[in-house]
Design a binder for this molecule. Structure first.
Ligand code: FAD
Length: 493
């Protein structure tokens, strides 16, 4: 592989996937990032969290998110490029996730607004009734700078892993609307014009079956605020998305889909974001490795650039190999989701396969992003810990990737569930068999079967090494398939 392709997300994508559809769009998007976006992104990160202006000068509650003006041009640039509208124009998720890869290479946090907007537009398109869809969806698909943004708010103060117990927001029917009362404790893209939110129907069971998914506009019919922002979180990273605490007081919302199927819709929404998280994690890995490479080519020690010393060179080759495996795994989630995203409950076998691959990818790529970012700091030596050179930012950004959209524990346990209930591991092994070494496949399959045969507590306790092995096996096998397709060679030149 040519070093230079690591320094450009478009070049790396071309290397992995061959020619990109609408390649010009991606080149132009990258050119903009290099010319303008990089600097804006760095300054937003440096200046800390966005501010919240709760009241206007006359004392009216407005809950306005304030960023420097350049931030809004950076944000709007991605919507214009088609992070959301291209799905509905092209009928494929591929352009959205490719643009997401480019965005995350430059600013992992900025990929969040595009992701949650996509994760709002999809359930709106699939599950809203005709009037609600025709009223709101076109506003999200505008190609100018007025496109409406979305958000996905499930987590409450009681905890995000166990949504069945943790969601205390109550929904009650009120004519064409429902009325929601409660609080959302981690609400990214606060200020969005629309959000999809989880709430419990009044009197419904205190478990996941009691949950439904609602579309919540920012403003009521009379123009007043429909949700209020109590405060914004001060985060270590992803500062280019405002994450707040949101209060719902008799907020008007529309039910999406069938009330009793809410948990399926919630998980569909989360899975769209988990795919994005995997893509964003790999993009961040590439960025961290590229910056480490750039530094190591110019820093000398013991008479030559540090990249030319055998130990570091070996590490680079291993990192690049991991990057390619992680990319192959993440990209498989895009391919599979592109096939199944229009499905509704009850899902096909293909959907169950997608779910397992999405859990594996979310778990594995986020962990690799953290490790790559830490390693990039080490390669920079003392410069790595200095805020002025920016490489420490990738570790701050990376640390959020394993946590939001469900922690590693959640991915492992949900992965176990889809294997137990839907035999998704068998689907996965069949899916990978044409590209896998048969001995590796048999050994990995035997480990998974042995795990699934254990009593529940023991199964959970021993799950991580097996899940990790399954992720590595899947990544390596899918990497082999991509290499065949795109003719990628793995060693550094
Ligand atoms: C920057 C940021 C932005 C976010 N934005 C949003 C957003 O826009 N919308 C949204 O809905 N959420 C959002 N979240 C919330 C995120 O999804 C949750 O933080 C995450 O799901 C974990 O929930 P929790 O923090 O409540 O941890 P908890 O659920 O309280 O879990 C605490 C720990 O216990 C572990 N744990 C829980 N159950 C088990 C088990 N059975 N076995 C083993 N371990 C277990 C967890 O993995 C975790 O390590 C955001 C989070 C962050 C950090």
């Amino acid at each position: 592989m040519d070093y230079e392709s690591l320094k450009s997300p478009t070049s790396f994508l071309k290397l992995m996937l061959g020619d990109l559809p609408d390649g010009v769009v991606f080149r132009e998007y990258e050119t903009w990032w290099e010319a303008e976006g990089k600097e804006i992104s760095a300054s937003v990160d440096r200046e800390g969290t966005p501010w919240l202006r709760m009241y206007d000068v006359f004392g009216t509650r407005v809950d306005e998110i304030l960023y420097p003006p350049a931030y809004w041009s950076m944000l709007r640039n991605g919507y214009r490029a088609g992070t959301v509208w291209r799905l509905f124009e092209c009928g494929s998720l591929v352009p959205s996730y490719l643009l997401g890869y480019l965005t995350a290479f430059y600013d992992t946090g900025l990929y969040c607004p595009y992701t949650v907007s996509l994760s709002t537009a999809i359930p709106l398109a699939k599950y809203a009734d005709v009037q609600v869809r025709s009223r709101y969806l076109p506003l999200m698909l505008r190609k100018d700078d007025t496109a409406w943004q979305g958000a996905t708010w499930m987590t409450e103060a009681a905890g995000g892993s166990d949504l069945g117990a943790g969601v205390e927001t109550i929904a009650e029917p009120a004519g064409v609307h429902w009325v929601l009362n409660g609080e959302k404790y981690f609400a990214s893209n606060a200020g969005a014009e629309l959000a999809v939110v989880a709430a419990r129907r009044a009197g419904a069971p205190a478990n996941v079956r009691g949950l439904s998914l609602f579309l919540l506009p920012r403003y009521r019919e009379d123009g007043s605020l429909n949700y209020s922002i109590r405060r914004l979180k001060d985060k270590i990273g992803t500062r280019s998305v405002p994450t707040g605490e949101v209060e719902l007081h008799d907020s008007q919302a529309y039910l999406l889909g069938k009330a009793e199927q809410g948990i399926y819709l919630i998980l569909e929404t989360l899975n769209i974001s988990r795919v994005a998280n995997s893509i964003g994690s790999v993009a961040l890995m590439q960025r961290a490795i590229a910056e480490a490479l750039d530094f190591a080519q110019h820093r000398t020690a013991f008479g030559k650039p540090v990249v030319e010393h055998p130990l570091l060179r070996q590490q680079f080759e291993e990192r690049v190999c991991l990057l390619q495996g992680a990319f192959a795994l993440a990209w498989e989630t895009v391919r599979l989701l592109d096939e199944v995203w229009q499905e509704t409950p009850h899902y096909s076998e293909r959907y169950h396969l997608f779910r397992l691959v999405a859990h594996l990818a979310k778990y594995w790529t986020a962990e690799q992003a953290v490790l790559a970012a830490k390693w990039a700091m080490e390669v920079h030596g003392g410069m790595g810990v200095l805020a002025e050179y920016g490489v420490e930012r990738w570790l701050r950004e990376a640390m959020i990737l394993p946590i939001w959209e469900g922690t590693p524990h959640r991915q492992i346990l949900d992965g176990l569930e889809v294997m137990q209930r839907k035999q998704a591991h068998e689907l996965l092994f069949r899916h990978l068999a044409p590209y896998a070494a048969s001995q590796d496949l048999e050994e990995t399959a035997a480990q998974v079967e042995a795990l699934l045969a254990l009593p529940q507590d023991e199964r959970e306790a021993r799950a991580e090494p097996v899940f990790r092995q399954l992720a590595i096996f899947s990544a390596e096998t899918l990497q082999r398939r991509l290499e065949k397709v795109a003719g990628v060679e793995v060693h550094l030149e």
